[in-house]
Each structure stands twice: as structure tokens, then as C-alpha cells.
Design a protein around this ligand. Structure first.
Ligand SMILES: [Zn+2]
Ligand SMILES: [Zn+2]
Length: 378
């Protein structure tokens, strides 16, 4: 892996640097070990700028009104109010600073509902116009609403992934003042991360474009969904998109390492409705192969495990989860730990996902009262 080790010693000043930056050695890694160490908190502060960048993600900018808003990813602004305590929810979204305090494990953090689960990726016009049928009308679970839930989840994933790619060069700078082997390890990790993220980004851009095309054509027929309607408000609310790898029966659905294939994308959303709450899984027919099987395996679970499976999946696959502080604080510590472990190590780049990642862990996290289940798979 570190075959460059020898090279660094005899690289000419004007040769391209071993790290792959495309810059001459004399302007890149030469004498880097003698430079002052970089403060990781500084990097984190810089990195945050990419994740709070203000721009409208909608490709056709002709109608953008220029003002970028904090776009909510959880349906209807009132949703988070219902699980907030003193205007705050918990999120397992650790910053580097937090991770140092907790030895690398994620810990719930109190976040004001204005800042929780929002992103600055839509202008005022597009945010309000596109999502009107979600925000201004009760949730009926029609094609358009399920489409828009998916569209918003994919838009946010894309926004986040773009920011992740843009912040890699920052991490490449974090090897200043370190010995040459450490420099090489850091650069190798950054390269591997970049390769994986770039591939993920290309796939996501292509999914997003598909949603945009269908949105512009107002063609919502290709949307597929599973809606779980609850009589109660769900204690966790989330919005996200992911590539299902294993189903609830631990069967492999798609090989995410196959670079020649565009992975199938599933989205999931949870929010409060007029009657209680709803969990929605939605996807486009082009992702049928994987998503149908995945959702069917969820439906095959017994009624007692179904709500817990939803909880397991949400922490396994999304970092955009708002948690009711009252629910979390009253939960037994074994359950809290199970969730934190799941969140911290899910799909870890060095470990990967276990086929059994969604199988029952025997823990009862929630007592939801399911009112109805609606499915549209063709
Ligand atoms: Zn270099
Ligand atoms: Zn716009």
C-alpha cells in the first residue's frame, strides 16, 4: 500500500508529488514533516463551510429568487415541534470535537429545531414551490407527495455528498508536521475515500437528474412506495436516501462494489401527520429490482418487530435523524448503546456492512400503533 515510501526520498524538486495532487514536489510535500502541525479543530471549522454552503441545487436557475433558505427535510415544519423538548431535539451527528470527547463514539447532541435536519440547498422560490403539496396539504400518501418526499431526500443527500468531496483537499492538508509514513497513510486514506465518494456522487447525480426530469414533466407515475401510517407521533423523524445492500433476511440485494452498475436508490422519511405519523419508503421504478425486494422483506416481519426494524434501519442508514429527547432519555442504556453502536459503525469504510445488519437485535425500541399500511409496487 505504501510503495511510495522509498520514492519520497529521491523525488526531484520539480517532479510531480507522490501524493497525486498533480503539483510539483517542491510546492507540495517537500519538507512537510517540518511544517507546523495543523489544528484539527481548524480543519473542522473550515470543513463546516462546505456543509453550510448556500446555493440552489435545482438545475434550472431561471426562477431562483436568489435567497437561500434553511430547507427543512422533515415534512411540515410542525413535525419537529411534536417531539422537541424546550425547542430542541437530539441528533447523533458528531463533530470531530465531539468525537474526541467521547473516544470516537457518536453521542446525542441537543440541536434547536430551526437547525435540526435543515440544509441550505434551495432558494426560497424552489423550496416553497416544489414542496407546496407536502407542506400545505395534509399527508394523503398520493403519488405526488411520495415523489416529493423522495426528491427532497435525494436533494439533501446530493448536497451533503458534494460538500464531502469538496472538503477532501482540506483533510489532505492535515498531514503537515507529521512524519513521512503518517503523511502517506493520511494521503492513502484520502485517496480511497475520494474514489468511493466520487463514484457515489456520480450515481447520486444521475438519480437526482432522474427526479428532476420527472418533476419538471409532473410525471409521478413511476414512484413506488410503502407507507406505514401510525396513530402516534414517531419518536424519531428522518429523511434520507441510501443504496440497500442487504434486506431484513440478510440476503445480498446488490453488490455496491460493482463499479459498472448504477446502484438502486431507496429513500425513507418519517414525520408527524394530522392523525399521528407516517413512515414512508419511496423509490422510482428504475430502482425496483432492489427496492421491491427490500421493502417486501420488511413487510414479512411480524407486526411486533416491524416498528423496531424501522428504527434499526433509520440509524443504520441515515445521519439525518431527529430524536425525541424524552424518548431517548427514558430509554434503557443497553438500547441507547445498541443504537449508538449501530450508528457509529454502520457501513464503516474499513469494516463494511454485515449481512445481518438489519436483523432483529431482540430490543424493543418503540411501541407504535400501526393504523394502516399502504403499498404501491407497480
Ligand atoms: Zn504532495
Ligand atoms: Zn432555486
Amino acid at each position: 500500500m505504501f510503495q511510495n515510501l522509498y520514492m519520497t526520498k529521491k523525488l526531484g524538486r520539480n517532479e510531480l508529488c507522490w501524493c497525486g495532487s498533480g503539483i510539483k514536489y517542491k510546492r507540495c510535500h517537500i519538507d512537510r514533516e517540518h511544517q507546523p502541525l495543523v489544528n484539527p479543530y481548524e480543519i473542522e471549522k473550515e470543513q463546516k463551510k462546505f456543509f453550510t454552503k448556500k446555493y440552489c441545487i435545482f438545475p434550472d436557475k431561471s426562477k431562483c429568487d436568489g435567497q437561500i433558505v434553511r430547507a427543512h427535510t422533515i415534512q411540515r415544519n410542525g413535525s419537529l415541534d411534536k417531539i422537541a423538548y424546550d425547542g430542541h431535539v437530539y441528533q447523533l451527528k458528531p463533530s470531530l470535537t465531539d468525537l474526541f470527547k467521547t473516544n470516537g463514539e457518536a453521542a446525542p447532541k441537543s440541536v434547536g429545531i430551526r437547525n435540526a435536519t435543515t440544509f441550505t440547498g434551495f432558494c426560497n422560490f424552489h423550496d416553497s414551490e416544489i414542496f407546496k403539496p407536502l407542506e400545505r396539504v395534509s399527508f394523503l400518501g398520493n403519488d405526488e407527495q411520495c415523489f416529493l418526499l423522495a426528491f427532497r431526500a435525494v436533494a439533501r443527500e446530493l448536497y451533503t455528498k458534494r460538500a464531502a468531496i469538496q472538503s477532501i483537499p482540506l483533510w489532505r492538508e492535515s498531514d503537515r508536521g507529521k512524519d513521512i509514513l503518517s503523511q502517506q497513510i493520511i494521503q492513502e486514506i484520502c485517496s480511497a475515500y475520494k474514489k468511493g465518494t466520487e463514484r457515489g456522487l456520480a450515481t447520486l447525480e444521475s438519480h437526482f437528474n432522474e427526479y428532476v426530469e420527472k418533476f419538471i414533466a409532473k410525471d409521478f407515475r413511476e414512484i413506488r412506495f410503502l407507507i406505514i401510517l401510525l396513530k402516534n407521533v414517531p419518536e424519531i423523524m428522518f429523511s434520507g436516501g441510501f443504496y440497500p445492500e442487504f434486506n431484513f433476511k440478510a440476503e445480498l440485494l446488490q453488490d455496491l462494489s460493482d463499479l459498472t452498475k448504477k446502484s438502486d436508490l431507496l429513500t425513507h422519511s418519517s414525520f408527524a401527520s394530522d392523525e399521528g405519523g407516517a413512515i414512508v419508503y419511496s423509490w422510482l421504478s428504475s430502482s425496483d429490482n432492489t427496492c421491491r425486494n427490500f421493502v417486501e422483506s420488511l413487510l414479512e416481519l411480524n407486526a411486533n418487530d416491524l416498528p423496531n426494524a424501522v428504527v434499526r434501519l433509520s440509524f443504520e442508514q441515515s445521519e439525518n435523524v431527529a430524536i425525541s429527547p424524552l424518548w431517548w432519555d427514558s430509554m434503557e442504556s443497553a438500547k441507547q448503546e445498541a443504537i449508538i453502536n449501530r450508528f457509529t459503525y454502520a457501513g464503516h469504510p474499513l469494516v463494511g456492512r454485515s449481512p445481518e445488519c438489519l436483523a432483529s437485535d431482540g430490543l424493543n425500541y418503540v411501541n407504535w400503533n400501526i393504523q394502516d399500511i399502504k403499498v404501491k409496487m407497480i
